[in-house]
Design a protein around this ligand. Structure first.
Ligand code: GTP
Ligand code: MG
Length: 176
């Protein structure tokens, strides 16, 4: 029987969570995007208000991918989505340096829900002005033992690498 893992994809507003899940999911993604009505409306047209859900089979394992809303006004969903997670991925928009401290807070919060493996994916590294991995690690306060890896959420091969890495971390932890 295939192993099944529940992976949370979190990160600040506009970091690329919905894109990440949509790029790799084998099924039509369940999204809850709504028109933005707050001051963020200049950045993009729609935001996730409850969750994203996708599913992918990778390396013989089945991954349930749950994306969180990025805007803190929907943070009541975070703990609900995190229930029984096996690991989480924190996406960072590498070009959005002011969002880096928020990532540090998300790492702490999601770790407090459940002590599971996680990694930081420095997203949008295809864009000019993207921060280096060193800069992302520093800005997000990720410790030296935390995996910080580059990501382009709109490219399937890149999303795949990130997911293979979180699987490895999960399986390493659960190894006897
Ligand atoms: N160039 C580039 N654009 C990206 C990448 N990932 C996401 N985007 C774009 O960034 C914008 C935000 O992506 P979303 O997937 O909506 O971000 P989100 O984290 O789900 O946002 P919220 O749910 O509102 O918090 C979209 O216009 C995406 O197309 C990337 O790796 N490179
Ligand atoms: Mg979203």
């Amino acid at each position: 029987m295939s192993k099944i893992y529940k992976i949370i994809v979190t990160g600040p507003f506009n970091s690329g969570k919905t894109a990440f899940i949509s790029t790799i999911s084998d099924i039509a993604v369940v999204t809850t995007e709504r028109r933005i009505t707050t001051e963020d409306r200049g950045i993009k047209a729609e935001t996730t208000v409850a969750m994203d859900y996708g599913r992918v089979e990778l390396d013989g394992k089945i991954l349930h991918l749950n994306g969180t809303p990025g805007q803190a006004r929907f943070d009541f969903m975070w703990e609900i989505l995190a229930r029984e997670m096996n690991g989480f991925i924190v996406l960072v928009d590498s070009t959005d340096r002011p969002s880096f401290p928020e990532v540090a807070e998300l790492i702490e919060l999601f770790s407090s829900f459940q002590a599971v493996p996680y990694l930081v994916a420095a997203n949008k590294t295809d864009l000019e002005g993207a921060a280096s991995l060193v800069e992302v690690r520093k800005g997000t306060n990720a410790g030296g033992n935390v995996t910080v890896m580059p990501c382009v959420a709109t490219q399937k091969s890149s999303v795949r690498q990130v997911l293979l890495q979180i699987i490895e971390l999960i399986e390493k932890q659960s190894a006897p």
